[in-house]
Design a protein around this ligand. Structure first.
Ligand SMILES: Nc1ncnc2c1ncn2[C@@H]1O[C@H](COP(=O)(O)OP(=O)(O)OP(=O)(O)O)[C@@H](O)[C@H]1O
Ligand SMILES: [Mg+2]
Length: 236
């Protein structure tokens, strides 16, 4: 299963990382292209969130390198990486629950986005427009995810990393989010961590399957979908 990506936007090489002395990620190498979505799959505890946190700069790797558009960002602080184009929609605490939707947007993407940029987000996720004065805590699961994605997009990232964007979202709204992600993937780089395997492999062109902190399977989404080993790696 080879899919050679020439000149990846994000190139991760032999990454080892964890929490304190407890190692969670083992020798991960991934190539993320400048457009299109890449799915990261794996059962609970496989290390998906830890990988995104390490790429975002919240966790300092033990070893390995992370390059963004050729520049080594392995040791760069989280804010520096965000400015360089790494957008992160974390699995938890992606929005300020006590603030209104409007305030959340005004603090999006590092702060003070232009009105036109916010309007663009409200066109992208029309459901948010009717909720501007509401506190984020009162939003539905789907609306929270839309707000979190909007906040990250306001930073105009080159790569948008999403950690479980359909978790806690009503089934009727999941497709809407999937459509928006497919739309984004046509013009930018998207890294999609998802429990909804079928959805992830539909949105993504390529996929990496993690097992106990290592890459167990990797290739074009269609091939990964049909690989008999996939279910084994995803089984609890
Ligand atoms: N703050 C932490 N300190 C110590 N260990 C942690 C911490 N956060 C996560 N871990 C451990 O790291 C491993 C990977 O966790 P991680 O959250 O990255 O998995 P995941 O693939 O995102 O799982 P899920 O699908 O449940 O979100 C787990 O064994 C977890 O217990
Ligand atoms: Mg996780």
């Amino acid at each position: 299963m080879s899919d050679v990506i020439t000149d990846p936007l994000l190139s991760i090489s032999h990454l080892n990382a964890g929490y304190g002395r407890s190692q969670v990620l083992f020798d991960l190498s991934l190539a993320i292209p400048a457009t299109g979505a890449v799915a990261i799959l794996g059962r609970n505890g496989a290390g998906k969130t830890t990988l995104l946190k390490t790429l975002a700069g919240e966790i300092t790797p033990m070893s390995g390198t992370i390059k963004l558009a050729g520049a080594d960002v392995t040791g760069a602080a989280a804010e520096q990486r965000a400015r360089a184009g790494i957008g992160h929609v974390p699995q938890e605490h992606a929005i300020f629950a006590k603030m209104t939707v409007r305030e959340n947007l005004l603090l999006g993407g590092g702060g003070s986005p232009e009105k036109a940029a916010i309007d663009e987000m409200l066109d992208f996720f029309p459901k948010l427009g009717a909720r501007l004065g509401q506190t984020a805590a009162t939003l539905s699961g789907g609306e929270r995810k839309m707000l979190a994605i909007s906040r990250a997009l306001l930073g105009r990232p080159k790569v948008l990393m999403l950690d479980e964007p359909t978790e806690g979202v009503w089934i009727g709204v999941i497709e809407e989010i999937a459509d928006r992600l497919s739309e984004l993937a046509r013009r930018m780089s998207v890294i999609l961590v998802e429990q909804h395997v079928e959805l992830a492999l539909r949105v993504a062109k390529t996929a990496y399957v993690m097992d106990r902190g290592a890459i167990a399977l990797h290739g074009p989404a269609d091939q990964v979908r049909d690989d008999p080993a996939l279910l084994r790696y995803l089984a609890p």
